[in-house]
Design a protein around this ligand. Structure first.
Ligand code: CO
Length: 241
């Protein structure tokens, strides 16, 4: 049977989980109480539970090409509404990743695929701010800046939805975080300046266009130390500043 190896893997996984924690699936069957909503890229290398080292049940996940929010996307809006209004998650994580093929495509000229409709907000941003991108030293730097800008763009779009506005207006605690994952070292970077937790904070943000021309805030020292310690083989690559 085709794919029988996957079904076999599933059995071994379920057995291992049960051995480690005999009540695991009993608890899972009762209800899900994830604490986080994750918006990430569909890229097969960036799986939320794996990179966060979390079990099933811990994170509510939505993924699409280049982790883009379209405010007419019923799929994402339904996920967001359920996460905020029913699951009552307090933290929404928008996670982009370096080496993102979707972001890379938005920096190119090919517009022949459906994905180019999907990526239109990135394309428009890049075209509008191309002078700032051209000033960066190389194509890798342009790609990384666009990955970071894209995360912040989608954070802002989430923060502008009536779903999130209503949650904030009702006093619900809800933070929006922007992270970037490094495929080359397995580490998450926090785009420090970008956490948004109220309508006032959102409205006080500087124009996203300004983001094209200056780096994101440096990582805190302790995080930089960890990145250096774990990613010394990739020195100078994948850092956000
Ligand atoms: Co990607």
């Amino acid at each position: 049977m085709r794919l029988s190896h996957l079904l076999d893997r599933n059995v071994r996984w379920a057995q291992r989980k049960t051995e480690e924690d005999p009540t695991f699936f009993v608890r899972m069957a009762e209800q899900q109480t994830p604490r986080y909503l994750w918006l990430g890229c569909s890229d097969s290398r960036v799986t939320a539970n794996d990179v966060l080292n979390l079990d099933p049940g811990d994170v509510f996940v939505h993924r699409n090409i280049a982790n883009v929010v379209h405010t007419s996307d019923m799929n994402f809006l339904a996920v967001l509404e359920f996460a905020v209004e029913v699951l009552k998650v307090q933290d929404i994580i928008v996670c982009g990743h370096y080496g993102c093929g979707g972001v890379q495509r938005a920096l190119g000229d090919d517009r022949s695929a459906l994905a180019d409709h999907w990526l239109q907000p990135l394309v428009m941003y890049y075209r509008k701010n191309h002078a700032a991108f051209d000033a960066l030293p190389d194509q890798l730097a342009r790609h990384q800046r666009m990955v970071e800008v894209n995360v912040e763009m989608q954070m802002r779009r989430i923060a502008q939805t009536p779903i999130v506005e209503a949650a904030w207006a009702s006093g619900q605690t809800l933070h929006i975080h922007g992270w970037v994952y490094g495929i080359h070292d397995g580490l998450l970077r926090n785009l420090c300046s970008s956490t948004s937790s109220s309508s006032a904070a959102r409205d006080a943000l500087e124009s996203l266009d300004a983001r094209a021309s200056h780096p994101f805030e440096p990582q805190p020292a302790i995080r930089l130390h960890a990145l250096d310690a774990f990613a010394s083989c990739c020195e100078g690559h994948g850092r956000t500043s």
